[in-house]
Each structure stands twice: as C-alpha cells, then as structure tokens.
Design a protein around this ligand. Structure first.
Ligand code: URA
Ligand code: URA
Length: 269
C-alpha cells in the first residue's frame, strides 16, 4: 500500500501535470485569491467584478484582472516560490525530487551562475557530466565554446547569468523528457522573473521551444528576436551542436552579432 506521503505526492504531481498539459487557466484577483473558470462569469473584458461567494464571513467584491490570468501559476504553493534571493532559492530546490530518475542519478543540482542582476540571461538545455560534477552550468567542452562566443561579443561570464532548462543532468545526457521540462521550468521562470534581464539568449531547440511554448524547429526560430514575457529573446544554435556541425558556426556568429547590437541599443536608450 502507498504511504500517505506517496499519495500526497502523487496528487500534487497530478495537479501539476493537469495544469501544464491541459492549460488549465487559473485567475488571480487583486486580493491574491485564486479562482478558476467556473467561479465567475467573464466576457473577455480586461477585468470582472466578482462577488466572493465562498467567503461566508463577508460579501466583499473582488476585482478580477482577467488579463493577468495566471497560466503558469502552480496550483500548489511551494516554499521556493517565495524566495527573494538566489541563495535561498537554490537552497530550497537543491533536494528537489520531482523527477525520480534525475534526482537519484544527479550528484547535485546546477542552479546557474553569474550576475543575479544581469541584463542578459543565457539559457541552455541541461547539465552534462562536468556540470553535474562542479555544480555549475556550461563548464565542459560546450561550455568553453560558450565562454568564447560570449567573449567574442564582449560579454564575460560574470556579467551575464547562465542557466539551463533542466537543473539536473539527464543520465547519459539524453534529451530532457516533457515531464521533466514541465517539472523544472517553473524554476527557470522564477529565475527570469528575479533577474529581470533586458535580453535573453536561448541556446538550442529545448531552450527556445520551452520559453516560447512552440514546437517550431530551431532552424526556423534562430536568427531573430522573439519575446518571452515582454523580454526580447534571440534564439541560436547550441554550442554542443556547433561542436558536431561546424557549418552552424557562421549562422551562430551572425545571430550573436545581432544580439550584441540589440543589447547596445537597449542600454543606450
Ligand atoms: N549543455 C547545456 O545545455 N548546459 C550546460 O550547462 C552544459 C552543456
Ligand atoms: N537542432 C537542435 O535541436 N539544436 C541545435 O542547436 C541545432 C539543431
């Protein structure tokens, strides 16, 4: 028989899955209360007055900001969500057990490194063996190439923030599974919320597709600016892909030149 904690964990996982995969939309009111679709009438206007029928003690009216509908709001409140700095945030998730296989296989999580106030966030896919050993992103062969690419456009690793979609290494460096991305992406979304970068550089298909919620192939996403929650984002090849296919170096070079140009424009505005 399942233990109480296993049952609770299964229910929480189910809710998480339900929200991600069926895009179950929750709405957050001005008072911070969370409602779901069935609890009020809305007509696609930007806000709706709703009477909070669940609160028997008062019949106050709550203003619902429909345009602030919180798609990515996790149904289950978790303690990391309220962290105000990266040290406490990393500490809260270092024992994350959401992905059974990854949490058993990892040496440590790879939270991300660099400037927590950076103007630029670089997002990769997942840690490899070197990253798992050192607890830092992009420190292996692909990482050295990333460091050089950044240097070529006048960024040091210390001035940007570097992280990944997955905080744990997939065994044998296999591709991240959709459930693993669903489990882990809320951490990345919070990191981006905290850093508030001016620009994002997404490396490879997993980073781009996760942030843009698209299945478009990398070839069609790269080389132009997209938007992630109002932040401009460039997509380019993953440095590991460049090591396998040197033909992609030239387009990558062009992409990062555009990226730097946009950065210079934004900071001089
Ligand atoms: N590849 C990635 O996507 N991230 C790393 O941190 C290292 C290699
Ligand atoms: N295809 C990918 O998925 N990623 C790359 O970086 C290049 C091609």
């Amino acid at each position: 028989m399942k233990s109480r904690s296993e049952i609770i964990s299964d229910v929480l996982n189910y809710l998480h899955f339900f929200e991600k995969h069926f895009q179950y939309t929750l709405y957050k009111s001005e008072t911070g209360r969370i409602y779901d679709e069935g609890e009020f009438d809305h007509d696609n206007s930007s806000s709706a007055e709703i009477t909070n029928v669940n609160e028997s003690s008062s019949n106050e009216t709550d203003t619902l900001k429909v345009k602030d509908s919180v798609r990515q709001y996790s149904i289950v409140r978790e303690s990391w969500m309220d962290c105000a700095d990266f040290d406490s945030f990393e500490n809260e998730i270092r024992n994350c057990q959401k992905c059974g296989q990854l949490s058993k296989a990892r040496k440590q999580i790879v939270f991300g490194t660099g400037n927590p106030d950076a103007d630029v966030v670089v997002v990769g896919e997942a840690p490899g063996a070197d990253e798992d050993d050192q607890g830092k992103p992009f420190v292996g062969r692909a990482g050295k190439l990333l460091t050089d690419i950044l240097k070529a456009i006048n960024f040091s690793r210390d001035e940007v923030f570097i992280c990944n979609i997955l905080k744990c290494r997939p065994p044998e460096n296999r591709n991240p599974l959709p459930e693993e991305i669903a489990n882990c992406e809320p951490y990345l979304f919070k990191q981006l919320e905290m850093v508030k970068p001016k620009l994002i550089l997404a490396l490879g298909a997993f980073a781009a597709q996760t942030l843009l919620k698209t299945k478009e192939p990398l070839g069609r996403l790269r080389g132009k600016f997209h938007e992630y929650k109002g932040v401009k984002m460039m997509v380019t090849y993953h440095p590991a892909a460049l090591l396998r296919n040197p033909n992609w170096k030239r387009p990558t070079w062009e992409d990062v030149q555009l990226f730097r140009k946009e950065y210079d424009k934004l900071i001089n505005e």
